[in-house]
Design a protein around this ligand. Structure first.
Ligand code: GLY
Ligand code: MN
Ligand code: MN
Length: 471
């Protein structure tokens, strides 16, 4: 007999949790297909929860897990005509052997079979507020069960959010996931290297008579985006994990800028925030580099502050620390840097502690230093410690609120570390820093003793970036 797959093991964990909660049944659909226009759809992406428990990527599929451990799959039936147009379907006959489920049916039988699976179960678990119309569908099935009370069918007495169970599981990555995340990080790092190299090559005057593959046209953001996509796909990644940001010059100060048409101009920086998705797992890297390969003194000054902030955050990314510790460490370094270089006037803003208390640093650093990462780039998982009591705390605007303490980091969690500085032109801000936007982002796996940066295949030190771009 073959060993259970990671998906079978995860389903068994869910079944055990249902049992511990007094029994019940969990149901979970995958993501719907999404029409783009006329008969064209957006590129299909499965639901992460569903994939986590099945490894199955076909649309129109459902999974049902009972506390007994039995798993039932609903999927599209075999259909020669549709398979000619859309591709091969697994089909319910092949599903048990292929996916290790106990039973499989055509999705066309969903309304007939689901009430049977729900009958005589004391609770039903499904993802709340995640799939449009799911609550109504569940109500419909429960109604059908209720209509059969005279034949002895009992309706589940309670409903629970399945996300809560799955979020906790997904927060701690297993060995299978870590291996994919490392590979996704390596591919994305390679893509950033290629983008930096292309930028330098396009800005370099061509050697006389040299044969070159470098495009001889005005270098633009989309040239670098194309290089990223090429490198992702060339290594088997299925897609970008999110829309790539390739931001030349002042565009780097727009946090959610997209790669567009702006020219890469010598003397300016380019900020690239891009990562691939590999086998359902994301990567998320930001690098900021001088488009012609040489930092100006003002750019380097700010770059070194952001890098020092990232190093301070990395140093406290370890088990036992809180999720907010890296942010607090990075913000302190950034705030001190702002005072040191005159972005913030010491006479007006006081010491670093004053700047942290007043929030004046937010003029140049307005986002958090990280987020969970995994199947989704902004992955699921509670950012506060489960089971802990709320305590009184100041919120971002200085108001006292009741908040649970931040999550304690544990080995197997994956988070990004991404401090930045964004300097928009403003009165009192030294002109030499205007329109400089810098972010440095790596993906960290919390290990037994500290953290492993899975995305360091692309240089991060200013000298190393310059050396790479000279090469
Ligand atoms: N690329 C999305 C983020 O850094 O959060
Ligand atoms: Mn990020
Ligand atoms: Mn990012």
């Amino acid at each position: 007999m073959s060993l259970p797959t990671v998906y079978q093991k995860r389903r068994a964990t869910i079944a055990k949790a249902l049992k511990a909660a007094g029994g019940g049944v969990a149901l979970l659909p995958t993501a719907p297909e999404c029409p783009r226009n006329r008969d064209a759809d957006f590129s299909y992406r499965h639901d992460s929860y569903f994939y986590y428990l099945t490894g199955f990527t076909e649309p129109a599929s459902w999974l049902v897990i009972e506390a007994s451990g039995k798993a039932t799959l609903f999927c599209r039936p075999k259909d020669l005509e549709r398979e000619i147009w859309d591709g091969i379907r697994l089909g319910p006959t092949a599903a048990p052997a292929s996916l290790g489920v106990d039973e499989a049916f055509s999705v066309d039988a969903l309304d007939e079979k689901m009430p049977l699976l729900l009958a005589n179960q004391n609770a039903v678990w499904f993802p709340f507020a995640t799939h449009k119309g799911l609550e109504t569908q569940v109500d419909g099935w429960l109604n059908t069960v209720r209509a059969r009370v005279r034949s002895g069918a009992e309706c589940p007495q309670s409903q629970h959010d399945l996300c809560k169970l799955l979020d906790e599981m997904r927060l701690i990555k297993d060995a299978h996931e870590i291996a994919i995340l490392r590979r996704a990080g390596a591919i994305s790092a390679g893509a950033h290297v290629r983008a930096m190299q292309l930028s330098a090559a396009m800005l370099r005057p061509p050697a006389k008579g040299a044969l070159t593959k470098v495009p001889r046209e005005v270098p633009r953001e989309y040239h670098l985006e194309a290089e990223l996509l090429h490198e992702f796909r060339r290594h088997g990644a299925q897609a970008p994990a999110y829309t790539s940001i390739v931001a030349a010059g002042a565009n780097a100060c727009i946090l959610h800028y997209r790669a567009d048409t702006a020219e890469l101009k010598a003397g300016e920086l380019c900020l690239i925030d891009a990562g691939c998705e590999l086998h359902g797992y994301a990567s998320d890297i930001t690098r900021t580099f001088p488009v012609n390969g040489k930092f100006t003194p003002a750019q380097r000054t700010l770059y070194e502050i952001v890098l020092a902030a990232q190093e301070a955050a990395i140093a406290v990314t370890q088990p036992g620390k809180r999720f907010t510790d890296p942010h607090d460490a990075a913000t302190r370094v950034l705030a001190q840097g702002m005072l040191d270089v005159g972005l913030l006037d010491q006479k007006k803003h006081g010491t670093v502690d004053d700047v942290l208390a007043s929030g004046a640093y937010r003029q140049f650093y307005m986002h958090r230093t990280g987020h969970w990462m995994g199947m989704d780039v902004h992955d699921c998982g509670d950012y506060t410690e489960p089971g802990s009591k709320p305590r009184e705390e100041k919120d971002a605007l200085g108001k006292m609120v009741m908040k649970k303490p931040p999550r304690i980091l544990r080995s197997g969690m994956v988070l990004t570390i991404e401090p930045g500085l964004y300097v928009r032109p403003a009165k009192g801000v030294p002109k030499k820093f205007w329109n400089i936007g810098i972010r440095i982002e790596d993906d960290a796996l919390v290990t037994a003793k500290g953290c492993e940066l899975m995305t360091r295949g692309v240089p991060v030190k200013a000298d190393e970036i310059e050396a790479l771009m000279r090469g």
